[in-house]
Design a protein around this ligand. Structure first.
Ligand SMILES: C[S@@+](CC[C@H](N)C(=O)[O-])C[C@H]1O[C@@H](n2cnc3c(N)ncnc32)[C@H](O)[C@@H]1O
Length: 217
């Protein structure tokens, strides 16, 4: 099947793309980049830990917003690695429309190269691993220093939060590597703890009271 056939069907609400299949938004328009910086960057002690060769992995590439915000936060010499797992790659037009809501974020390099699997962003080598992450992560040979766990809401997209997938996340984490996610759902925190992370519940962004972060014990 071609990627075009797998592209998600979207609804749009106030400029925010909603995945029809999951009935959930890719991000909240009210927050966008700020939420990425709070939840995924600060939740992994970034950008302070960034250095050349630092490897970030993401469950759920979506619009690419998290990757672009990360690239914008990296000011050092050398290049970061960013591996994103995505089952339903967005159509180029939809990605451009979604990212147009954030004119302060330079999306040109991503949009010029999408839907290539390997994309050179400023300062970042991005790889997009296509397919259901329950199949692609177990056979991935990499190890991330920091994970962005960004599936849709656990109640709507439970396959992105299964305990056996969290075991694979831990197995593909470098020693003392970290994760961050916007959800504080008890079953997700328990699964991550059982997989080997020391998990903390911390204040979330905006109206989200809590999020979760952790370090591989
Ligand atoms: C909340 S969105 C991610 C938003 C994204 N990080 C961004 O910056 O725009 C969740 C993503 O998970 C993807 N997804 C859902 N189930 C998946 C699965 N089983 N395997 C891989 N990706 C999946 C969806 O297609 C969607 O792009």
């Amino acid at each position: 099947m071609s990627d075009e056939n797998l592209s998600p069907t979207l609804d749009w609400r106030d400029g925010t793309p909603i995945a029809t299949r999951f009935d959930d938004p890719y991000f909240s328009l009210a927050s966008g980049p700020e939420e990425t910086r709070h939840t995924f960057l600060a939740g992994n002690d970034l950008p302070a830990r960034l250095c050349a060769g630092f490897h970030i992995a993401e469950l759920g590439f979506g619009t690419g917003l998290n990757a672009l915000v990360t690239a914008a936060a990296w000011r050092g010499a050398g290049r970061l690695r960013y591996t994103a797992f995505e089952a339903y790659p967005m159509a180029l037009d939809d990605m451009a429309r979604a990212l147009a809501a954030f004119p302060e974020i330079d999306a040109n390099a991503l949009l010029d190269q999408w839907p290539s699997d390997r994309i050179a962003l400023p300062g970042v080598d991005l790889e997009v691993v296509r397919g259901d992450v329950r199949e692609t992560l177990p056979v991935w040979t990499g190890r991330a220093d920091a994970w962005f766990l960004d599936g849709f809401a656990p109640a709507k997209n439970p396959e992105m939060w299964e305990p056996c997938l969290m075991v694979e996340v831990a197995r593909h984490t470098a020693p003392r590597g970290t994760f961050a996610t916007y959800t504080a759902a008890g079953h997700v925190r328990r699964a991550l703890a059982e997989a080997g992370f020391t998990v903390r519940r911390v204040p979330g962004y905006g109206r989200k009271r809590h999020m979760s972060r952790g370090v591989l014990a």
